[in-house]
Design a protein around this ligand. Sequence first.
Ligand code: ZN
Length: 188
Amino acid sequence: MSTRLRQSHLRPVYTIDAKDRLIDANAAFVASMPYAGGIDALLGQSIWNFISGDLPRRLWEVMYERVRLSSAPLFVPVRSDTSTERRVIDLELHPGPHRTVRHVRECLWVETRSAIALLDTNYPRDERIVMRCAWCARIQVRLGVWQEIEDAQLSLGIETTRTLPTLQDTACSACQQAVLKALPARVA
Ligand SMILES: [Zn+2]
């Protein structure tokens, strides 16, 4: 197991316009997207093409509106795991002219772990649905109970067989409350 800090000059940066379309992105952002075609394939696309789940979308809409009405950035901590890494990122939302919002993704912390098939996007899926919080990455094991994915796999009896359940993004109640309470930083 190892932890390390990511170098800040590799931070992905991207900007959306008033209609939530990507209008600018740096190479680090393009490289972070599972997308062929590079920046040309990304610019002009709606940010909502990359955010799944009704509740996460509603919460992002609230945050974007808050940032656009403000003159100060909003900082949103998000777990952004891959199958082999636990990652905590700080997503900075900066208000810009004409209701643009510039996003800066700062990776705060990375920890390697044994590969989790449930997080491998290439793994075949079946019709079973497992709910995951888009902010803390915990999995709902029963109503109101959320666990880290390793524990949730045991609680739910999920074994790595030919297919795995489909992960669906939502927000746990703790993260939902935190997001709704988050206010832009005050400018002195
Ligand atoms: Zn959560």
